[in-house]
Design a protein around this ligand. Structure first.
Ligand code: DGI
Ligand code: FE
Ligand code: FE
Length: 199
């Protein structure tokens, strides 16, 4: 953790570092709440690691983000190539792996998908996605305090609410929407029919 924090202090702005610590602590609290194996704290430590590293590539030049993706064959869409700030999760996971030797796939995926989400996220992925949105120093967002409570009551409802608010926010600002953000939201409101009877 020490080596990671040293790297973050060097590569992130002060505010981004502060946000990162907020996400790590929020992820720890959520991991305590949802720990699938309360007989040990492994899950909590993994949430802390993913929280610390989720934005490790955020402050890098956009051209460098794209360059790292291209050089290392990191799959990305043409939309991401033209909006490279969306690549900081994918590049962040690459840094976590190559610079810090993290090979825990769940941690790497949580970093990779923390901006857009994706359908069928793991518990750890959801925790990082939500902690990023609700950490204490986030600027005021509509309904933020309701979502902060919901995060500790019903994690999937919190996911749906955050995705819906993010889409509303992007639409209101006229920002283009990444297909994956929309697909993730759709997966919550229109889950694929998996058999059984609706009647
Ligand atoms: O890196 P953070 O600022 O902590 O948070 P983040 O990784 O969720 O990135 C947040 C920004 O990304 C926020 O301004 C919303 C934006 N974002 C999320 N989904 C999309 C998106 N921006 C565009 N253009 N399209 C998306 O689908
Ligand atoms: Fe981010
Ligand atoms: Fe973040």
């Amino acid at each position: 953790m020490k080596k990671i924090k040293k790297y973050l202090k060097k590569h992130l702005t002060k505010d981004r570092y502060h946000h990162t610590l907020g996400v790590a602590y929020t992820a720890i609290a959520m991991a305590m709440r949802y720990n699938p194996d309360p007989s040990n704290s492994d899950f909590i430590k993994r949430a802390e690691t993913a929280g610390l590293l989720h934005d490790c590539a955020k402050c890098m030049d956009n051209s460098k983000k794209l360059h790292i993706c291209e050089k290392n064959n990191i799959p990305h869409s043409s939309f991401e190539a033209s909006h490279p700030y969306l690549l900081h999760g994918k590049v962040g996971a690459y840094i976590a792996k190559t610079k810090f030797g993290i090979h825990d796939e769940d941690i790497l995926q949580a970093i990779t998908w923390h901006t857009t989400g994706r359908p069928d996220m793991s518990l750890l992925e959801k925790i990082i996605f939500i902690a990023d949105y609700i950490e204490p120093s986030r600027n005021p967002i509509p309904e933020l305090d309701e979502i902060r409570q919901l995060a500790f009551i019903d994690i999937d409802k919190a996911m749906e609410k955050i995705l819906s608010n993010t889409l509303k926010f992007l639409e209101a600002k006229g920002n283009p929407i990444d297909q994956m953000t929309q697909t993730t939201y759709d997966s919550y409101v229109r889950p694929t029919y998996k058999g059984g009877n609706f009647a």
